[in-house]
Design a protein around this ligand. Structure first.
Ligand SMILES: NC(=O)N[C@@H](CC(=O)O)C(=O)O
Ligand SMILES: [Zn+2]
Ligand SMILES: [Zn+2]
Length: 359
């Protein structure tokens, strides 16, 4: 719904002063644990009603008991009575037990299960070495309607880092989708036109999340005038042609694409170092960042579908009640957000965005 505007036609999406949409969800977040969880959970809970919480803690969240305990720690990190629901995920390993996983899903502890190819990204050392090891687990997930979430990159060091997503589609994902046609698969944080094409060509059980950073930056941002650790995440940003394909997909109105920020906080000290961690912390200005892209693409009227409808529809969960409003007002993104000793540099640090989250 586009807000009333006294000066302009109220149907003119691109010039309205505010934008009110159904309360959105974030279908891919890293909330971490301990002090970092305490520092960052509020940012996701402020903008989103629900979030799919990644299980790549150290050690990873594998059992239903660990998932339930982590959910309790997340709620304890938020103010009393906070209206936010963390949706927990189980980290798949070579030895995941199908019965345990199905039980965790039936008990409402796990909403989905996450496939990290071993060593693909942060805290994925316990990930899956060969999807063949997961066959029985994936068949069970298909049967019970439990979504599979995928970090879609091969880990073969012989494969160029910019090709790892496309090669993952060829070598692994296309076979999975073919062999398990009813399995709900979310291809997480897609970064290439190859991924967009694959999702579009697949049946209704294959969807994808798209992050703000992959809509805003291409790989040049990582090397702009020097090496830029705060623009580095995995999968790494690709060429401009891929960014443009992602923008078309996100703003297309297709129910196969939905919001997943992949907010991935790392302290400054862990980013600005000889071997900096992968991950961009975008939770504090997530909706403002997406709204900027949708406005640039003349598609503000499609933000609600992407942010608040396609995700729950795919997962088979109810859409949220209530609304949030974005106002057309300049917002200065700070250089650093307090957390731990050195803080975190947020996405868009030092920039001005044109939308303000009004609650
Ligand atoms: N996206 C990232 O660059 N990093 C994530 C892991 C992930 O989502 O792959 C993290 O946990 O830091
Ligand atoms: Zn990932
Ligand atoms: Zn992630």
């Amino acid at each position: 719904m586009i807000g009333q505007n006294t000066k302009l036609n109220e149907n003119d999406v691109s010039t309205a002063d505010n934008l009110t949409i159904r309360r959105p969800d974030d279908w891919h977040v890293h909330l971490r644990d301990g002090d970092m969880l305490q520092a960052v959970a509020q940012y996701t809970a402020r903008q989103f009603a629900r979030a799919i919480v990644m299980p790549n803690l150290s050690p990873p969240v594998i059992t239903a008991a660990a998932g339930a305990a982590y959910r309790d720690r997340i709620m304890a990190a938020l103010p009393e009575g906070c209206d936010f629901e963390p949706l927990m995920t189980s980290y798949l390993t070579d030895t995941t037990d199908a019965d345990d996983l199905a039980q965790g899903f039936a008990d409402g502890i796990f909403t989905a299960a996450k496939l990290y190819p071993a060593n693909a990204t942060t805290n994925s050392a316990h990930g899956v070495t060969d999807v063949a090891n997961l066959h029985a687990v994936l068949e069970r997930m298909q049967k019970i309607g439990m979504p599979l979430l995928v970090h879609g990159e091969v880990t073969d060091s012989e494969i160029d880092i910019f090709d790892r997503e496309a090669v993952f589609i060829e070598r692994i994902l296309s076979g999975l989708a073919r062999d398990l046609p009813e399995l709900k698969i979310v291809f997480e944080h897609i970064t290439t036109s190859d991924a967009v094409d694959f999702v579009m060509a697949s049946g209704p059980h294959v969807a994808a999340t798209i992050t703000p950073q992959h809509l805003h930056i291409n790989r040049n941002a990582i090397f702009a005038g020097g090496i830029r650790p705060h623009a580095y995440c995995l999968p790494v940003a690709k060429r401009e042609q891929h960014r443009l394909a992602l923008r078309r997909a996100a703003t297309s109105g297709s129910p196969k694409f939905f919001l997943g920020t992949d907010t991935a906080p790392h302290e400054v000290a862990a980013k600005e170092t000889a071997c900096g961690c992968a991950g961009i912390f975008n939770a504090p200005y997530a909706l403002e960042s997406y709204a900027t892209v949708f406005e640039e693409e003349d598609a503000l009227d499609r933000l609600e579908g992407f942010a608040s409808e396609h995700g729950p529809d795919f997962y088979g969960l109810p859409r949220n009640e209530g609304t949030v409003t974005l106002e057309r007002q300049p917002v200065d993104v700070p250089e650093n957000i307090a957390a731990g000793g050195t803080g975190i540099v947020p996405f868009h640090a030092g920039e001005q965005l044109g939308w303000r989250f009004a609650g």
